[in-house]
Design a protein around this ligand. Structure first.
Ligand code: AHR
Length: 515
């Protein structure tokens, strides 16, 4: 009998089997996405060398420093829909000579190409993160894609490698991940799965790996949310390799995109003005990702039972209406505790499915959709979602351990949109320290929890929390309304810990264990 039941109160028990490791949490599950969309690249990440805003080689110092503190493992670029209209050659060489283009997907604004390949790698070098470049299948040629890879990664003598040197970069860069098109069922060419699958086979052939010590992980464009036919078709057509020994041959990963918003369609609902119904609607959609991922995973298991290829959730997050008065094509939205909980819930789900999920990139890193940072001129603020990523960073590169909750009920307004009151995931790092991340999705009810370890005892425990009212957010006038705080209101017991998790909160424990 748990301590709580002994005292006659309803207590939720969180059991942790600290000795049972269930898989490795690839750091890239905590990845990010940057697109030439609205103020993500320009103003958000890049202000140019001549800006009054402090920068290093054009990259905003305040933003880069905050992102480093949060730990960005991988950055995807240049899109999104933009990727299938992007012609990389327009974005290299002297800036004053770079071609300008119309960003037709996002507001029809002029793209001056001042942020291109060299700038992307400079940014990743400053962030210390891996690189994920997304190629153009929709409106680009095989040659164009193949030459981009040559430009970026060939150390020898060739027209593209020589051009890179002329443009100021002697050594090749490392392309960790390469995406062959984006949303090719939609903005990336409105293709059928069969047609894309044939194109994928062809395009990926010419993504040459010039340095065997630095393999490029090839990502096949995946489905929109619950389009299982897409997954089945591309795997059937592209998974097998002509050389059986090299079983995954044509692809190393398959992407999938999933957005949680209030409703599909044009009006998704305000990011900040909402009630309980919208809170639970969004969180139940956030939970919905688990079923979607499991069903895609089951199809992947059919073709790839050994789990050689990864599921790459390379776009996810909340999609709300844009902030009133802003360009509808810029997708600029505020970020409340509802977004924080969506992030907390989603990341726990990704952790729990780390056997198949190898990457997830929240959309998008700055000033677009569910951003971790917002900027306005010289000002910058950290959103509630930032703090969740910051607290969860200890899961990166750790091992998932078995955990489960007993006694947690469901909460919600509508029968069809009920969600668990509390949700968790637990990992152990290389030093044997546990990271426990817990979400309380209740809007008003705090929950008493007893954390029980299987064999060990906690020796030293620290905790951090993000909490606030459902609609709480950080504005440029009040940038620290929602922030991360120390949480000290817990008690060590023989078996673990007891504590009360406040309503509407994301809580993280670091537990050092005895022996
Ligand atoms: O993240 C915004 C857009 O959403 C991306 O460009 C596209 O891939 C998706 O539809």
């Amino acid at each position: 009998m748990t301590e709580g039941k002994r005292r006659g109160r309803k207590v939720i028990t969180l059991y942790i089997n600290e000795n049972k490791k269930l898989g490795h949490i690839n750091p890239e599950i905590y990845g990010h996405f940057s697109e030439h969309l609205g103020r993500c690249i320009y103003e958000g990440l890049y202000v140019g060398e001549n800006s009054e805003i402090p920068n290093v080689n054009g990259m905003r110092t305040d933003v880069v420093e905050a992102l480093k503190e949060m730990k960005v493992p991988v950055l995807r670029w240049p899109g999104g829909c933009f990727a299938d209209e992007y012609h990389w050659k327009d974005g290299v060489g002297p800036k004053e000579k770079r071609k300008k283009m119309v960003n037709t997907n996002w507001g029809g604004v002029t793209e001056d190409n001042s942020f291109g390949t060299h700038e992307f790698f400079e940014l990743c070098e400053q962030l210390g993160c891996k690189t994920y470049v997304n190629g153009n299948v929709g409106s680009g040629s095989v040659q164009e894609m193949s030459e981009w890879v040559e430009y970026m990664t060939l150390d020898g003598v060739s027209p593209m490698a020589d051009w890179r040197r002329e443009n100021g970069r002697e050594k090749p860069w490392r392309v960790d991940y390469f995406g062959v098109g984006n949303e090719n069922w939609g903005c990336g060419g409105n293709m059928t799965p069969d047609y894309y699958a044939q194109l994928y086979r062809r395009y990926q052939t010419y993504i040459r790996c010039y340095d065997r010590t630095a393999p490029i992980f090839k990502i096949c464009g995946g489905a929109n949310a619950d389009d299982y036919e897409w997954t089945d078709t591309v795997l059937r057509e592209c998974f097998r390799s002509p050389a059986p020994a090299d079983a995954h041959g044509f692809m190393d990963g398959l992407s999938v995109h999933y957005y949680a918003g209030v409703e599909k369609g044009l009006h998704k609902g305000s990011a900040t003005e909402f009630g309980e119904e919208a809170w639970f609607n969004t969180l139940s959609r956030a939970y919905g990702i688990e079923e979607v991922l499991m069903r895609h995973s089951a199809i992947m298991d059919h073709y790839d039972p050994e789990k050689k290829i990864g599921m790459m959730v390379d776009e996810w997050g909340c999609w709300h209406d844009v902030e009133p008065g802003t360009n509808p094509g810029f997708l600029y939205q505020q970020n409340t505790m509802r977004d924080a909980l969506t992030a907390g819930v989603s990341l726990n789900i990704f952790n729990k499915h780390c056997d198949r999920i190898k990457m997830a990139c929240i959309a998008q890193i700055v000033n677009v959709l569910q951003s971790v940072i917002l900027t306005e001129g010289k000002k910058m603020l950290l959103t509630p979602t930032y703090h969740v990523f910051h607290m969860y960073k200890y899961h990166q590169d750790a091992d998932l351990v078995e955990s489960w909750l007993e006694g947690a009920g469901k909460t919600g307004v509508k029968e069809t949109e009920m969600v668990p009151e509390v949700q968790e995931s637990v990992s152990v790092d290389e030093n044997g320290v546990l990271t426990v991340t817990l979400n309380n999705l209740c809007t008003e009810a705090e929950k008493e929890i007893e954390l029980v370890l299987t064999k060990k005892k906690p020796a030293h425990v620290s905790a951090r929390i993000v909490h606030g009212k459902m609609q709480a957010y950080n504005s440029f006038e009040e940038p620290e309304r929602v922030t991360e705080e120390d949480f000290t209101d817990f008690r060590l017991t023989d078996r673990g810990l007891t504590f009360t998790i406040p309503a509407c909160s994301v809580l993280m424990f670091r537990v050092e264990m005895e022996g």
